[in-house]
Design a protein around this ligand. Structure first.
Ligand code: T46
Length: 316
């Protein structure tokens, strides 16, 4: 995955996506309505310094979505953010990836201090996405002049992130994900010689470790998992690279929550049957698992409906 400037070859995909503006996170999301006007917009997009538009693409440079900064204000050092991802790749990590990359661009390249955005109150999917990634609505911290840009619209929920916020890891301020504990693995830093992290069975994690396995040499964009365990308890962590973990405790017919693992000192403790999917956001990232028992295929639930049945839930 990467973000890059929008290009003429994106025209058709971009045009189709822009017809679905209701799924964008900024209510004023607007691109030219005709193909010709959109083509000129793409050609001229580098000329307007108050806006910056990026395509979110996969490793083969296929267009998956748009992320942009608007109202770039170099006096106030802030900009608004808008993002839209093709529904056929929802839940595959493109939106969060695009968002993190554009925030890096805003803070590191444009040197802005604040990026803000709002969503309509009747867009629960977007609100859930931002909350899940650790953003809380900050209505009081949004300057009046910004709120006025949207005509003081009461139906909006505001979010903002500041330059020095640890936005990539903001979600880690959560304590749990899908009922699984997010733990800090003890880590000893050294001066200019890296860090050493460790955990001990039954002391730092709530079970004895009978097996350790790790997954390596995975290409970017590959997905694994798609199963739950009946009894196995596990600690999952990513000592190198970046992996998105989707966990689902099956509540109400399916309740997916995501977390990006990119910090060797963060671990997820799974103690109950939880459906898991892993997406390799960077090639060669490594996933390590410390498990409470030896390998047995009987412990796997590899069919989602069987998993829901096992946890006493039903598909909605
Ligand atoms: C899990 C996620 C996070 C073994 O023979 N011994 C083992 O200890 C393991 C873990 C796997 N295998 C065999 C079973 C399959 O033939 O290795 C093959 C690949 O396993 P699987 O397709 O289940 O791999 P993932 O990446 O989908 O899932 C793995 C673990 O299996 C699972 O316990 O929670 O990582």
């Amino acid at each position: 995955m990467k973000i890059r400037s929008i290009e003429k070859k994106d025209l058709n995909e971009m045009f189709n996506l822009c017809q679905k503006s209701e799924i964008s996170c900024l209510p004023d999301f607007s691109y030219p309505k005709s193909q010709d006007a959109l083509k000129s917009f793409i050609e001229d997009s580098d000329k307007d310094h108050s806006e910056k538009h990026f395509a979110i693409v996969n490793a083969d440079d296929e267009f998956k979505g748009l992320v942009c900064l608007r109202h770039i204000d170099s006096k106030e050092n802030r900009a608004s953010l808008s993002i839209i991802v093709n529904p056929n790749v929802w839940t595959k990590g493109y939106a969060w990836f695009g968002m993190v990359e554009v925030l890096k661009y805003a803070f590191n390249t444009l040197n802005l201090e604040q990026v803000y955005w709002c969503v309509k109150k009747d867009n629960p999917r977007a609100i859930r996405f931002f909350r899940k990634h650790g953003f809380n609505s900050l209505d009081k911290d949004i300057p009046k002049s910004i709120v006025e840009q949207w005509n003081n619209n009461q139906d909006l929920i505001w979010f903002a992130v500041l330059k020095n916020d640890d936005y990539e890891n903001i979600a880690l301020s959560r304590k749990t994900i899908a009922d699984c504990n997010i733990i800090k693995i003890k880590t000893v830093p050294t001066i200019e010689a890296g860090a050493l992290s460790f955990f001990e069975g039954t002391k730092d994690i709530p079970f004895d470790i009978k097996r350790v396995y790790f997954i390596s040499q995975v290409p970017e964009g590959a997905r694994r998992g798609f199963h739950a365990h009946k009894n196995l308890k596990q600690l999952l962590f990513c000592p190198y690279g970046k992996i998105q973990l989707v966990l689902d405790n099956g509540e109400n017919g399916g309740n997916r929550e995501e977390i990006t693992l990119n910090d060797p000192s963060i671990g997820i403790v799974i103690e109950k049957p939880v459906w898991r999917e892993m997406l390799w956001l960077e090639k060669n990232s490594v996933l390590v698992v410390a498990a409470s028992d030896f390998y047995t295929e009987d412990d796997y639930l590899r069919n989602y409906d069987d998993f829901l049945k096992y946890v006493g839930s039903e598909r909605q």
